[in-house]
Ligand binder design. Structure first.
Ligand code: NAP
Ligand code: MG
Length: 508
């Protein structure tokens, strides 16, 4: 077994500029200034690989949110402000520059993400950081393409009258954005890119577990030339800063990514002024392997990666694995072998393939599900427990022989835990796949094109991957059916959710 030990590394293996950032006192960005929380209180930020404190961030609360919303409002409501008089082309160039600066600082950002979240530095460098840059580059192009329509109208009660009617797409206003800890920089990019491309102002609250790259991104936004007050960043707790932002009467929209449970709280909080709400929530995604899959070896590797990528801390993780009966045992054993080969260690170690979970709380949550699976009578094929005494590591885990009512099958674990189960026929597996309150993603593995299309069409999920998994692109919309969310991130679809349509009708 390769993953029964955890690599140790020397603590100083980071770039001097990463160290410089860590040595600085983190602050909130409000109205272009870096400030402490109004109360002066802060909270500790931990390295999940060893549980040690890596820094302090301001504990922003209602008062800080009020300041930040006021700053955003002031910019948005002033038609002569440079943000509002800027041409779409200028705005596009500014957003493009954010993408360039992310790439210029890619190594530092990857290290910060790794120290803060626990993910392997190499993964952050290859995926999180370039995807974040690409999102800004993609959205930069849209700044000049936010168009309305000219509409020929008939007006039955005004015979003979002539009108010139058209629509314009305007920014929604001040946007509150609340993001989770699993892809801290990327989630900030997904939220900020479209908001800026459409000319909104923003107050962003990163997750308490992972504020580092959001604060660093604030510096990058300033360097790119984003005017003061356009993007404000308030670090703090969800129940205080997050709740105040969601409820704020001067916020026109709240965009949230996180758990379904908190998503429902956001909807309630938003009811006061009926602000617009978009939600990217949890999932319990089915990954279906038919026995006619083209290449079993690649399918096994794909199914392993579907659950183990980012330590299973993906909202779209392929956590319910359904395998056609004839090949089920072979696939489960193959994934178990892959799981045992994964090298666990601190994210900063060069050869680490899986880091720790993000926090002690997440460790307790994931091991709690592992215990529940065991107690309910599921068979643990591999893994099933915490690894080591230091840091928040757990073994990549597979369960089988679980019944559909067990919590490990029904609830989002958000860790490297997959439950495998055989199936006999296509109608049965479509029904079982859809038997969930979630609807974020799904996977299908088959070489039969007609079967792939038929199954994809019947799955109630926002994304269906066929013969691949976890493929993301700035141009491809992402989001959920059912309790996995409202609205979409990325692609041109997201732009609809950051604009209001105004119809203008001119009597001629
Ligand atoms: P979470 O507890 O829902 O937290 C997400 C964010 O909401 C954090 O910034 C959190 O702040 C904040 N928050 C917590 N309570 C709040 C409240 N009462 N009012 C306003 N904001 C509040 O979720 P998590 O455990 O951190 O993240 C994992 C979840 O996110 C999973 O369920 C996963 O499926 C989902 N997710 C979905 C997507 C997607 O695109 N669909 C992407 C990534 C993650 P603090 O952390 O500071 O408390
Ligand atoms: Mg952290």
């Amino acid at each position: 077994m390769a993953n029964d030990t955890i690599t140790e590394i020397a603590e100083e293996e980071i770039l001097p500029r990463t160290q410089d950032f860590l040595d600085k006192q983190m602050k909130c960005l409000i109205d272009g200034k870096w400030v402490d929380s109004a109360s002066g209180a802060g909270f500790s930020v931990y390295n999940p690989a060893n549980g040690k404190i890596i820094g302090m961030a301001p504990s922003g609360d209602k008062e800080d949110i009020n300041f930040a919303v006021k700053a955003a409002r002031k910019v948005f409501d002033d038609p002569r402000h440079s943000w509002n008089t800027m041409t779409p082309s200028e705005r596009g160039k500014l957003i493009w520059k954010i993408g360039d600066l992310i790439l210029e600082n890619a190594d530092e950002l990857a290290e910060l993400e790794s120290i803060d979240n626990g993910k392997p530095k190499a993964v952050a460098r290859a995926a999180d950081v370039p995807l974040s840059a690409d999102l800004f580059h993609y959205m930069a192009g849209w700044a000049t393409k936010i168009e309305g329509n000219t509409i020929p109208i008939s007006v039955p009660y005004a015979p003979g009258a002539k009108f010139h009617a058209f629509t314009v797409r305007e920014p929604v206003g001040v946007i509150g954005q609340i993001i989770p800890w699993n892809f801290p920089l990327l989630m900030a990019a997904w939220k900020l890119g479209p908001a800026l491309a459409t000319g909104n102002c923003v107050v962003l609250k990163p997750a308490e577990q992972t504020p580092l790259t959001a604060v660093r991104l604030g510096e990058i936004l300033q360097e790119a030339g984003v005017p003061d007050g356009v993007v404000n960043i308030v670090t703090g707790m969800g129940e205080t800063a997050g709740a105040a932002l969601a409820a704020h009467d001067d916020v026109d929209k709240v965009a949230f990514t996180g758990s379904t449970e908190v998503g429902k709280m956001i909807v309630k909080a938003a009811g006061g002024n009926l602000k617009k709400v978009t939600l990217e929530l949890g999932g319990k995604s089915p990954n279906i392997i038919f026995k006619d899959t083209a290449n079993l070896e690649q399918t096994i590797a794909g199914a392993a990666s579907a659950i183990f990528f980012n330590h299973g801390q993906c909202c779209c993780a392929g956590s319910r694995l359904y395998v056609e009966k004839d090949i089920c045992e072979e696939v489960v054993n193959g994934i178990a072998d892959a799981a045992k080969q994964i090298k666990l260690g601190p994210g900063l170690a060069n050869d680490t393939e899986m880091g720790p979970l993000v926090s002690e709380e997440q460790l307790a949550r994931v091991t709690g599900y592992m215990d529940a699976g065991q107690e309910a009578g599921a068979t643990c094929v591999t893994g099933g427990s915490r690894l080591g005494e230091q840091g928040y590591f757990v073994s990549p885990t597979i369960y089988k022989d679980a019944s559909e009512d067990m919590s490990i099958v029904r609830e989002e674990i958000f860790g490297p835990v997959v439950v495998a189960s055989p199936f006999d026929d296509i109608e049965e597996i479509i029904k079982r796949s859809n038997d969930t309150t979630y609807g974020l993603a799904a996977g299908i593995w088959t070489k039969d094109i007609a079967k792939a299309h038929h199954t994809a069409a019947r799955l109630r999920a926002g994304t269906v991957w066929v013969n691949c998994y976890n493929i993301f692109d700035s141009a491809l919309p992402f989001g959920g059916y059912k309790q996995s969310g409202w609205g979409r991130e990325m692609g041109h679809e997201v732009l609809e959710l950051y604009t209001e349509t105004k119809a203008v009708c001119i009597g001629l």
